[in-house]
Write a protein that binds this ligand. Sequence first.
Ligand SMILES: NC(=O)c1ccc[n+]([C@@H]2O[C@H](COP(=O)([O-])OP(=O)(O)OC[C@H]3O[C@@H](n4cnc5c(N)ncnc54)[C@H](O)[C@@H]3O)[C@@H](O)[C@H]2O)c1
Length: 304
Amino acid sequence: MTRVGVVGAGLMGTIHARLLASEVPGARLVAVADPDRAAAERLEAPATYEDGFELIAADDVDAVVVASPVFTHEPFVLACIAAGKPVLCEKPLTATPEAAWRIVEAERAGGSHLVSVGFMRRFDPGYVELKARLDAGAIGRPLLVHCAHRNPFVHAFFDSAMIITDSAVHEADILRWLLGEEISSVDVRCPRASARAREGLQDPQLILLQMASGVLADVEAFVSAGYGYDIRCEIVGEDGTLALPVDVSTGFEQRFAAAYGHELRAWIAGEAVAGAADGFAAAAVCAAGVESLRSGGEVPVRIG
Ligand SMILES: NC(=O)c1ccc[n+]([C@@H]2O[C@H](COP(=O)([O-])OP(=O)(O)OC[C@H]3O[C@@H](n4cnc5c(N)ncnc54)[C@H](O)[C@@H]3O)[C@@H](O)[C@H]2O)c1
């Protein structure tokens, strides 16, 4: 039985803690940490902490889920590596590629695979089927991918760069995973902003991702879409097309409910989940995207 502690008792920490408490064979929720102790206590784990580092150090915690804000991810993940404990860190692994690279290096220096990243779309049944059919040759050689990432609304702290680093980071990962290759450059183009977007927020954005093989992907990232949470993906190949079923829901919690459970079960079972190098690659793509948003034009992705 793996005794799991969850750091961060907000939206994602609650989803993970509830799943760990009841729907993940081989796992037991033993502790939750949050500076907001009342939030931690609501999750009804046997132990609660205000300090995430204390949870990571606790003798009765074997593995850790980090679901706190992104600025806390690097120190918590490094503490897990130092303690030799497996960690599933929510996306994005870090806010910058430099910080993600420090994690890659720390994990390598420790000599064991400990870091997983919560790119849960890899476990969404729709994406899994898309990849299986693509890999089986159903549409021949892929040429183009059209993606849309639409949120009904976002919180006031969301800025234009976060549309890339916090939302479209999911597409950066899923495109690498679906196509099995790296993204080589990013070009962000912006239409006029929606009247629904908060003052100053450049929303929507059209993010063009050039894959290393020559496949071109476009991502419409639109976080003030109003009508619902709507994730689309169509791959155009030489012999046909493949697409996710259209599934408009109220939010990511509903749309990816199955994926969060599959991801945790895979992590506990020691199966492949996105790792630190994937977190670094996605952060590098996002950094290029933010640079393109600010300066205009195509920006190469700097990996390594
Ligand atoms: N995979 C997904 O679909 C998905 C969806 C939403 C958010 N996320 C990611 O999950 C993470 C958390 O997002 P959220 O929406 O749950 O945020 P949230 O604001 O709902 O919750 C964050 C929680 O972390 C706590 N916290 C703040 N500082 C802390 C610290 N130093 N130690 C421990 N806890 C601390 C806060 O008190 C809060 O309870 C982010 O990285 C976010 O990008 C992933």
